[in-house]
Design a protein around this ligand. Sequence first.
Ligand SMILES: Nc1nc2c(ncn2[C@@H]2O[C@H](COP(=O)(O)OP(=O)(O)OP(=O)(O)O)[C@@H](O)[C@H]2O)c(=O)[nH]1
Ligand SMILES: [Mg+2]
Length: 439
Amino acid sequence: MSKSPTIGKRRLLDKIVCPHCWTQFPPEDVLWIAESPNLTGDMKLGETERERFLPTEYNARGFAVDAQGCECRECACPRCHLPVPLSLLEAPTLFMSIVGAPASGKSYYLASSTWFLRKILPRCFKLNFSDADPNMNRRLQEYEALLFLGDENRLVELPKTEEQGDLYNSVRYDDQVVVYPQPFVFSVKPSIEHPHGDKAAKLSRTICLYDNAGESYLPTRDADSFSFPVTRHLGQSECVFFLFDPTQDARFRSAIKERSNDPRLADANDWEERRLSQVRQETIFTETIKRIRSARRMYANDRFDGLLIVVLTKYDAWRDLLPCGELQGDPIARAEFNNREIFCLRADRVARVSSRARAMLMKRAPEFVSAAENFANDVVYVPVSASGVSPEIDRAANRRGFRPKNVRPIWIATPMLLALSRLTKGLAPIHAEDAPETR
Ligand SMILES: Nc1nc2c(ncn2[C@@H]2O[C@H](COP(=O)(O)OP(=O)(O)OP(=O)(O)O)[C@@H](O)[C@H]2O)c(=O)[nH]1
Ligand SMILES: [Mg+2]
């Protein structure tokens, strides 16, 4: 047995950021989780958790060996002790935040986008996109299965995201308990068919996303405190997806009410409608800016240097306000590189749609556009629909939801593809013309 702080022959990053508590640490500080069932108890996570330890012994492949001689497989953060996927030690992490009012469509957007990325990235972009740790992504997998893999005739609905429960992890620091949100972590790597497949180790990334309850972004709640830092990922994010739901804005609602099929717009007594009318999306946006500024210690005149994508959700319900042929198919096109076929994101189509969506927003919610563009240097507006159809109501069963057979998302993967293209070099190509020669 050899002693080594590396994992096999794999190169580790110099610095790692924990996806739970966002502490930065060098790879040699990472803790390992005991494999032996007899080694239980952790001072921060409780009696039933497996022991965390700083190894003194590694096997020939560089995996730590616990006190009972078992080869370990999992690592943990040295500060919060929560599990950290091994891929995080090797590929730089791209943090992305999904922000929006309650019921603006965050959970549907997340589940529908990751489902489509699992299909589109390997097939078109020659990228392997997988769960960095299936256990950490379990809830998201359940959402994807409900919407896309279940009985296609059954009415299904994703649950409202709660402010407590199994999407959160509690950690005890002396007398204080801190609650962290559960991250969803993906690994994205060029396959051998990718034009830069030979540089897979250098280009690979770990993507970290969170699904908060909309209430956690309200200024009245103590959601960003030391003991409940559930939106602190905003301090790490290189891309913020702000979900603006036109169906929640009175100015849009009056314009679309007669023409939309969405039952939430037609039913004035809808409980959700009454609840939503009390939340102004601009207030949530202002609070988000405040939190980003404070987490990053930004000066008053500093602008956000990451990417701000304003995702206009539920396009199916307000499409009459932005009739647009370009939204019929995904904005991707075939390209060729060294006689290999690969798809690229059509930057020109995204830019045209963004400019039309911005004009529409400027007409009805100018204060929002102005706040967004005052805050970030790079703002893109993308209309999407996670379902492609309005929810149906089953009055007999007193339920509302979607039938998987009818679900046909619109432009749902575009915001994440755009973020991947802009924030990584050479991973997902982006081009302004059809059938370009990528170099
Ligand atoms: N018409 C239409 N409705 C949608 C779409 N996506 C979501 N919805 C509806 O919007 C409601 C709220 O969606 P969620 O994704 O749960 O909203 P959320 O932002 O996660 O809400 P919280 O978890 O409460 O913060 C759902 O009950 C759906 O009926 C869409 O693409 N089109
Ligand atoms: Mg939700």
